[in-house]
Design a binder for this molecule. Structure first.
Ligand SMILES: O=C(O)CCC(=O)C(=O)O
Ligand SMILES: [Fe+2]
Length: 320
């Protein structure tokens, strides 16, 4: 059945440290079903608060992107494509990533790099406060996925110990191509999970798995959007499916978004646990792969010459 909205789940008041009870179990079932049918869902989740969202989108993000390009270019990372990203000829798009955002030191180091030498304590406090509930949300969703797939606690620990948390801030100008209004090309996220926070100016569109229609995801003041990435699709042996998504902006206003995501840490191996692969009646669909090498491949000349789905399949899909 086609629909013009993504599934919606109320996670208000639930906590990853209390993973049980009727409300938790009901929400978990909806989350698991949504991640399979659509690869995404709208999480009703009132944090970050309205005030914090105002602060982030009205002040912190604009202040960061108004820095001179030479300052933003100082943000580089050992991991390909995890530093400053921008200056793409056909797009009016820039993004910066704070890697390891779950550590206050990493946030402080990022602001010292952008605003040397002393940093920017207001920006630091806003980002740390903004990231905290999103980390909680990601951990809750991660826990629900493990529970619903029946993956044992040991696997849960090894999955969690090799994860990098990051917060990406993006700025979108009025799309250069006013015929398509594309502000960010259709893509799949290579990592595990993203939580996207939009504010007032929408643009996020997610492609439905069944009929390929684009579903517009409007910003909502007490919601965020959870999107699965290809590493989670491979790890879960396709119980969770990663959706294609893009940004299209119809108006003439600048847009900012926040993307809190988790990815396998540098050089960690993405591998389905036995419960979801060999021991199951479903054959193993993806061979284990090195996450860092996978990202390098999708941005290589060869990978860029394929559709995002073909690049993923040619990299790690098994012939069965
Ligand atoms: O800005 C958005 O709404 C989506 C951004 C996105 O898809 C990404 O950063 O991978
Ligand atoms: Fe994305």
């Amino acid at each position: 059945m086609s629909s013009n909205s993504i599934p919606k789940v109320d996670l208000t008041g639930l906590r990853s440290s209390l993973p049980g009870g009727d409300r938790w179990e009901a929400a978990r079932e909806v989350v698991a079903a949504a991640l399979h049918s659509h690869g995404c869902f709208e999480a009703v989740f009132p944090s970050p608060s309205t005030d914090l969202r105002e602060e982030m989108f009205g002040s912190a993000a604009p202040e960061l992107f108004s820095l001179p390009l030479e300052s933003k270019l100082r943000s580089i990372s050992d991991d390909a494509y995890h530093g400053y990203f921008g200056q793409i000829p056909h797009l009016s798009f820039e993004s910066l990533i704070i890697n390891g955002v779950d550590s206050p030191i990493a946030v402080q180091d990022f602001t010292r790099l952008m605003w040397p030498p002393e940093g920017n304590s207001t920006f630091c406090n806003n980002v740390t406060a903004f990231a905290e509930p999103l980390r909680e949300l990601v951990e809750m969703v991660q826990r629900m996925i493990f529970q619903s797939l029946g993956v044992d606690q040991k696997q849960q620990d090894s999955f969690a110990s090799s994860i990098t948390h990051s917060l990406r801030l993006a700025e979108y100008g009025v799309p250069l191509n006013q015929d398509t209004k594309i502000a960010l090309d259709a893509h799949l996220d290579p990592h595990l999970l993203s939580v996207i926070c939009q504010h007032k100016i929408g643009g996020l569109e997610i492609q439905a798995m069944d009929d390929g229609n684009w579903i517009v995801v409007p910003p909502a003041p007490a919601s965020v959007t959870v999107i699965a990435g290809q590493s989670l699709q491979a790890w879960s042996n396709m119980r969770v499916r990663a959706p294609t998504h893009r940004v299209r902006m119809l108006g003439k206003e600048k847009r900012f978004s926040v993307n809190y995501s988790i990815r396998p840490s540098r050089n960690s191996i993405v591998k389905s646990p036995a419960e979801l692969g060999e021991d199951d009646d479903r054959p193993l669909l993806y061979k284990p792969f090195n996450y860092t090498e996978f990202v390098e491949f999708i941005y290589s000349e060869k990978g860029m010459g394929m559709s995002p789905k073909d690049a993923f399949n040619s990299y790690c899909r098994l012939e069965n």
